[in-house]
Design a protein around this ligand. Structure first.
Ligand code: MLT
Length: 302
C-alpha cells in the first residue's frame, strides 16, 4: 500500500479520491508521496522512502527542486487549477485600488449609531469618490493560465489590454485575444498601462524584475498588482515608488513589511488561491498526479 503524507491541510475532496491502495500517514518518514501546499520544504531532510512530491498549487518555489532532482524525486504541480480564483482577486484588486470600498465600509461601521446617518452619509461620500476601470489600459505580464483569464475578464469589463510574454509569438498571443495588443518589449507595456499585473513564476531570471528602472518606465500613478510571488518585485524600489507617488497603488498578495503599512499599498496575506473551489481543484489534480505517477510512471506537470 502506498503511503501519502500531507504537509498542509489538503482539501478532503482530493484526498477522497485516493483508492484503497493508499494510506494517509502522519509520519513523513514512511511516505512514498508528499502532498504540500505552502509549507517550506527547503530546510527539510528528504524522507528515505519518498518517491514523489505533489504541490497543490502552481508555484514550486517552496520545494528544493535541485535536491529533489538529484534524489530522482519528481515534483508535480497543478497549473491552472486555481487560476480562476487568482483572476477574481486580480479584478478585486483593480476595483479596490480604484474605489474606496474599504474606506466606505469602515465609515459605515464607525457611524452605525449616528441618528442622522442619511445626511452624514451624503456629506461623507465625497471623500470616498473613485475612478472607473472601463476604458483604462491594463498591462498583463505573463500570458499563462492566470494571465489569459485576466485578459479575458479585463476585456469583458471594457478595459484595453496590452500583453507581454517572452515565450509567445504574435500568432499565439492573438489566439488568446485578437483584440489584445501584444508587445515583445516590456517598456511599451509599462509606458501604456494605467494598471499592470504580473503573472510569471519565481525564477532566478524573474527575481527583482520589477525594479527601479522598470518602475521609472511606468505611467505616473500606475496601479501595480502582484499576485504571483513577492520576489518578483524589488521591495526598496516599490516602497520608494509608493512614497513619491510614482506608483499610485501597489496591490500585493504578499505581506511584505517594506510596503504593508503604506497608505497607498493594498496588502493581503496570500489569498489568491484561497477559495473552496480552488482548494478542491488543486487537491483533486495533485492527488490524481500522485496516483498517475506511482501507478503508471506518468509525470504530467512540472
Ligand atoms: C500557487 O502557487 O498556485 C499558489 O501559491 C497556491 C496557494 O496559495 O497555495
Amino acid at each position: 500500500m502506498y503511503k501519502v503524507h500531507c504537509l498542509n491541510n489538503i482539501s478532503p475532496e482530493g484526498l477522497a479520491l485516493l483508492t484503497d491502495q493508499y494510506e494517509i500517514v502522519d509520519d513523513i518518514e514512511q511516505a512514498d508521496a508528499v502532498l504540500v501546499r505552502s509549507a517550506n520544504m527547503h530546510e527539510m531532510a528528504i524522507p528515505a522512502n519518498l518517491k514523489v512530491v505533489a504541490r497543490a498549487g502552481a508555484g514550486v518555489n517552496n520545494i528544493p527542486l535541485e535536491a529533489m532532482a538529484e534524489a530522482g524525486i519528481p515534483v508535480l504541480n497543478t497549473p491552472g487549477a486555481n487560476a480562476n480564483a487568482v483572476k477574481e482577486l486580480v479584478l478585486a484588486g483593480m476595483l479596490l485600488a480604484s474605489r474606496d470600498i474599504v474606506g466606505g465600509i469602515a465609515w459605515c461601521r464607525d457611524n452605525a449609531d449616528d441618528e442622522n446617518i442619511g445626511k452624514s452619509a451624503e456629506k461623507a461620500k465625497k471623500q470616498f469618490a473613485g475612478r472607473e476601470i472601463t476604458g483604462k489600459t491594463l498591462g498583463v505580464i505573463g500570458l499563462g493560465a492566470i494571465g489569459k483569464l485576466v485578459v479575458a475578464a479585463a476585456e469583458a469589463l471594457g478595459m484595453k489590454v496590452i500583453g507581454y510574454d517572452p515565450f509567445l509569438d504574435a500568432e499565439r498571443a492573438a489566439a488568446i485575444s485578437p483584440t489584445m495588443t501584444f508587445t515583445a518589449d516590456l517598456a511599451d507595456l509599462y509606458g501604456a498601462s494605467d494598471f499592470v499585473t504580473i503573472h510569471v513564476p519565481a525564477t532566478a531570471d524573474t527575481k527583482g524584475m520589477v525594479d527601479a528602472d522598470a518602475i521609472a518606465q511606468m505611467k505616473d500613478g500606475v496601479v501595480f498588482l502582484n499576485f504571483s510571488r513577492d520576489s518578483l518585485v524589488d521591495d526598496a524600489a516599490m516602497a520608494a515608488g509608493l512614497a513619491d507617488g510614482k506608483v499610485g497603488c501597489y496591490v500585493t498578495d504578499f505581506a511584505n513589511p517594506a510596503v504593508m503599512a503604506m497608505e497607498n499599498a493594498i496588502v493581503i496575506p496570500h489569498l489568491g488561491a484561497s477559495t473552496a473551489e480552488a482548494e478542491d481543484n488543486c487537491a483533486i489534480m495533485a492527488v490524481n498526479q500522485i496516483m498517475d505517477y506511482l501507478e503508471n510512471g506518468n509525470k504530467v506537470h512540472c
